[in-house]
Design a protein around this ligand. Structure first.
Ligand SMILES: Cc1cc2nc3c(=O)[nH]c(=O)nc-3n(C[C@H](O)[C@H](O)[C@H](O)COP(=O)(O)OP(=O)(O)OC[C@H]3O[C@@H](n4cnc5c(N)ncnc54)[C@H](O)[C@@H]3O)c2cc1C
Length: 457
């Protein structure tokens, strides 16, 4: 029997992680990526001044075991700068505070910090304890039971005050999930908070020390090609050709037709829908893909003529145009010698902002930022970038968890990967890597049993 030939469509983290697993098991892998650069939502590039631009600030946590292991494998694990682990909350009016992680065993490392957080009344702080206790003790099964609840309703039902929701949960949830507590499913929030409470290390955030492409994606891609895999960019797959319960071939936008023994679609959920023929949607597996609603995100980078903050960590701010941001001039090595601040903001959900001009968005961000850090009001923005991603995520509404598709499709030789596919993580880089590895596992199982993926001889 010849080596199995696999085509992976999509060169984001899910597709690349899948490629590594398959190559390690001796399969013949080609990755087709539509864009000129790899990385998908975790891509970065350089502007004409040589400065790094990306879709938005990306942070990792020590809980990203699959991503971190992958980076270790390709020799890129040293490219992460880890911060101290405090939660910086900045409010309008120039009030910056932090929930200081105490040197106590988990979960007291966080709870002691919360109890000392004076921006909230003692009553507000104490009102969170029943919710935190339940989250801490929760199992996967228990968390899934609350998928139909919004996190706000769930937290309120456990005694959390409206103030605690607005001033603690909302900024945390918006910063992590890009959706507020009134709309987000409880399951995914509980998942993140459970691991944060369980593990003292998990509150430490890591930043990629430079461009995502050079420091994370290029080493992964280099490992793939050095191990015999093929990666082709600017290959826009337009559709899959269906045969009897299997994919026969795929067509590129150029009209070229390519075939393999098996296919992995590692593209965003809205793109996979475009590649399938109409009758595929008769099957509930594919029909459910139409339930995913896209959530737009805008990444804004402002270069200031002076230092506007010395905080070298992620900052969360409720009730502003942005929710999460960081002054990367205090974090990324190559920027540390610069005299001014470089602040990367994430604006989400950003549907209402997509149609505004870049200039207007920059002005709104600068105005809100000046309310939080008054020194920024007088600072001049010497350069800015605005990157819109209209379909950055799916909205993690109550009830969506059940529709995340498993990596194995009803077709014998088609597998799905991507942060939206079923895995225990909310959509994020760790979920993308895990999904790619799960897709590879399903495909390898099918190859080993010989029952599903047909031989090419
Ligand atoms: C602004 C922003 C901030 C974020 N911040 C964080 C963070 O702090 N921490 C974190 O963990 N995660 C973060 N994420 C999420 C993270 O980037 C994604 O979850 C992850 O990168 C998704 O990887 P993926 O491989 O599943 O999908 P994608 O990255 O979307 O990859 C899919 C790939 O398929 C390609 N493709 C699409 N259509 C075709 C086609 N027809 N033919 C060929 N190729 C095709 C695309 O070009 C893309 O390269 C953020 C995302 C955004 C947008």
């Amino acid at each position: 029997m010849k080596t199995k030939r696999v085509i992976i469509v999509g060169g984001g983290l899910a597709g690349l992680a899948c490629a590594i697993e398959l190559i390690d098991h001796g399969l013949d892998v080609t990755v087709l990526e539509s864009s000129p650069i790899l990385g998908g939502k975790a891509a970065s590039w350089h502007d004409e001044d040589g400065d790094i631009v990306d879709l938005g600030l990306h942070v990792v946590t020590p809980l990203y075991e699959h991503l971190l292991e992958l980076l270790r494998k390709v020799g890129a694990h040293e490219n992460i700068v880890w911060r101290d682990g405090n939660y910086y909350l900045a409010l309008r009016g120039g009030k910056v505070d932090s929930i200081r992680i105490a040197s106590l065993p988990a979960p007291m490392h966080f709870l002691a910090g919360l109890l000392r957080y004076r921006k909230l009344s003692l009553l507000d702080r104490l009102s969170g304890l029943p919710a935190f206790a339940e989250i801490l003790l929760s199992t996967d099964r228990h968390r899934r039971k609350f998928d139909l609840w919004t996190f706000r309703d769930w937290a309120r039902s456990r005694g959390a005050t409206e103030n605690l929701v607005a001033h603690l949960f909302d900024p945390m949830v918006e910063g992590l999930m890009f959706l507020d507590c009134h709309h987000v499913s409880t399951t995914n929030v509980m998942f993140d908070l459970h691991y944060m409470l369980l593990n003292k290390e998990s509150s430490r955030l890591g930043f990629i020390d430079g461009g995502l492409n050079e420091k994370m994606i290029a080493p992964i891609a280099g490992h793939i090609t050095a191990s015999g895999g093929v990666i082709l960019t600017e290959q826009n797959v337009s559709r899959f050709r269906f045969g009897r319960n299997r994919i026969e071939a795929l067509e590129l936008a150029t009209g070229e037709v390519l075939s393999a023994d098996a296919y992995v679609a590692a593209v965003p959920v809205h793109r996979i829908q475009e590649m399938l023929p109409d009758d595929a949607f008769d099957d509930p597996y594919f029909a459910n893909l139409c339930r995913f609603e896209p959530a737009p995100v805008i990444g804004v980078q402002l270069w200031f003529d002076r230092k506007v903050t010395d905080i070298s960590d992620l900052i969360l701010t409720p009730k502003c145009i942005f929710n999460a941001y960081a002054d990367v001039s205090n974090i990324i090595s190559e920027y540390r010698s610069r005299s001014g601040s470089i602040v990367h903001f994430v604006l989400a959900p950003a549907g209402h902002l997509l149609a505004l001009s870049d200039r207007r968005i920059v002005r709104l961000v600068h105005e809100d930022f000046g309310d939080v850090f008054p020194v920024a009001r007088d600072a001049r923005v010497v350069k800015s970038t605005v990157v819109r991603t209209p379909k950055a995520f799916y909205r993690q509404y109550p009830g969506m968890e059940q529709y995340r598709p498993p990596q194995r499709t009803p077709l014998d030789n088609l597998f799905l990967a991507g942060d939206f596919t079923r895995n225990k993580y909310p959509p994020c880089m760790e979920g993308a890597v895990k999904s790619g590895q799960l897709a590879a596992e399903c495909l390898l199982k099918a190859v080993q049993t010989g029952s599903d993926v047909p031989t090419d001889q």
